[in-house]
Design a protein around this ligand. Structure first.
Ligand code: NI
Length: 171
């Protein structure tokens, strides 16, 4: 099933999610399938469970946008273990639709996570994949990408969102 995406302003997005402790269950497999489906429908390259209102440390990533099955990644209870270099580029979030900001990020990032079976793995990504590791892991700790832009830009963006909320164009 396709879940609606929760938007900025919903507290679930700014709350640390619960760790996953049960693995390889039919519920988890179904949930992961639903997460990929929801991400593809929303045309994202990553989706974290809190973005569909589920406060659990689960994220899915596919930087190929459904083009290459080998790019499908599941991160459960992820932590960032190493970062190197720098990159700067535009970043957006399905929960903050219509906005994109320049965000400085490390260029190469190593994430440690569990797979659907609860097995620990480590993976290093560069460029867009590195950005996705950071962005999605942040979500699971209640942090949005706008915490990485200047306070001035963040306040401006929040003011624009408040206007949209008042106009009923944001829910
Ligand atoms: Ni996001």
């Amino acid at each position: 099933m396709v879940y609606p995406i929760v938007k900025f302003g919903n507290p679930v997005l700014e709350t640390e999610a619960e760790e996953v402790r049960e693995f390889d269950t039919p519920e988890l497999h179904t949930f992961l399938g639903d997460m990929f489906e929801s991400m593809y429908v929303a045309k994202g390259v990553g989706l974290a469970a809190p973005q569909i209102g589920v406060s659990r440390k689960i994220a899915v990533i596919d930087v190929s946008n459904g083009e290459n099955p080998a790019d499908k990644l599941v991160l459960i209870n992820p932590t960032i273990v190493k970062t190197e270099g720098k990159q700067e580029g535009e970043e957006g979030c399905l929960s903050i639709p219509g906005f994109r900001e320049q965000v400085k990020r490390p260029k190469r990032v190593t994430v440690q996570a569990l797979n659907v079976k609860g097995e620990k793995f480590e993976m290093t990504g560069e460029d867009l994949l590195a950005r996705a590791f950071l962005h999605e892991t942040d979500h699971l700790y209640g942090r949005l990408y706008i915490t990485h832009i200047s306070a001035l830009k963040r306040d401006l963006l929040k003011r624009k969102i408040k206007k949209l909320q008042r106009a009923g164009d944001w829910d």
